[in-house]
Design a protein around this ligand. Structure first.
Ligand code: PBG
Length: 325
């Protein structure tokens, strides 16, 4: 009877041994926490489809930022809900805009926290698209001009990184040029380089009030069937001067994340999006899944696939669990 000489179970036999041979570390340092900021005072309104996630007025966002920083999470990403929407999205590049106010307040209260801003038109335009429309068509290059104004206003308010998410061709180059011309050469660009037209953004559109008024985003976001195209998108953003690349959504695109990791050496982020969060929360609320286990397993999978950074609504809970050991 031949016995196995190699018994891989030996190194799984105790917590100490497992810790020693663990290949993929996960820590609060890896997380970026999204915040949705709204006008008003003392506003803390839970999003129906995202339990534990809130629309926050600036004062409440500052309190949240303090908590996030205290948990060891290095960064937040801000999304703004403007007072008014219009065809261009004027509040998007207004010095008094909601995101600009939030950047200044958070930077003042928590100077050590990295502040990233989502840069897109969809939350600000009355039609809900990520582009300027002209005669019912997406006007790519007019959109680039608006994006340039938005990033300069975010940089002026003190953002460390701007994160364009509109899948506008040439957006990274246009933003880099606008920042440099505006005297913000040190403000970085985290590009949503590889962003798919995904059904998993549903709950976010409730949180950010950004659903398109007509049509969908298939003419600018990527077809979920395409992976080689992801390398083209990422390659262009590298050439255009991106500082950090992103793949979005996360779990259904781990293969894409791995391929982008292997092809490029820039820091790589993944967005564990709203629908991924809502599924876990709903299943956990029903007692169908162990939330802590599933969240830590999922976040570890992103690191294993090659992500350096994870944008996730689970960040605060996960940091708490990791800090407890
Ligand atoms: C804005 C933007 C979206 C998300 C991040 N930035 C929505 C969209 O593209 O419709 C989605 C994030 C999430 O689902 O958590 N363009």
């Amino acid at each position: 009877m031949p016995f196995p000489a190699q018994r891989l179970r030996r190194l799984r036999a105790s917590p100490g041994l497992r810790r020693m041979v663990r290949e993929t570390p996960l820590a609060p340092d890896d997380f970026i926490y999204p915040l949705f900021v709204v006008h008003g005072q003392g506003v803390r309104r839970e999003i129906g489809s995202m339990p534990g996630v809130f629309n926050l007025s600036v004062d409440e966002a500052v309190a949240e930022a303090q908590e996030v920083y205290g948990l060891g999470i290095p960064a937040v990403i801000l999304f703004g809900l403007p007072r008014h929407k219009d065809p261009v999205g004027l509040e998007n590049f207004d010095e008094g805009g909601i995101v600009q106010q939030a950047i200044r307040a958070i930077k003042k209260a928590v100077p050590g926290l990295v502040v990233i801003t989502d840069v897109c038109l969809c939350e600000y335009t009355d039609h809900g698209h990520c582009f300027i429309l002209r005669e019912g068509r997406f006007d790519n290059d007019a959109t680039l001009e608006v994006l340039g104004k938005v990033v300069v206003s975010h940089a002026q308010a003190g953002a460390d990184l701007v994160a364009p998410s509109g899948m506008v061709d040439g957006m990274v180059a246009a933003i880099r040029a606008a920042l440099d011309a505006g005297g913000h050469a040190m403000t970085g660009v985290m590009s949503y380089a590889v962003k798919y037209a995904s059904g998993f953004y549903g709950p976010f559109r409730e949180a950010a009030n950004s659903a398109p008024a007509f049509g969908d985003r298939h003419a600018y976001q990527m077809d979920p069937a395409n992976a080689r195209e992801a390398l083209l998108e990422a390659g262009l953003d590298v050439q255009e001067g991106a500082d950090v690349l992103m793949v979005k959504p996360g779990l259904p695109y781990l293969d894409v994340l791995r391929r982008v990791r292997e092809a490029f050496d820039l820091p790589l982020a993944v967005y564990n999006v709203s629908g991924e969060y809502s599924m876990v929360k709903a299943a956990a609320a029903n007692g169908w899944l162990d939330e802590r286990r599933v969240v830590l397993e999922t976040l570890t999978a992103f690191k294993r696939a090659g992500a350096d950074l994870i944008l996730t609504y689970h960040a605060k809970d996960a940091a708490r669990w990791l800090n407890q050991g």
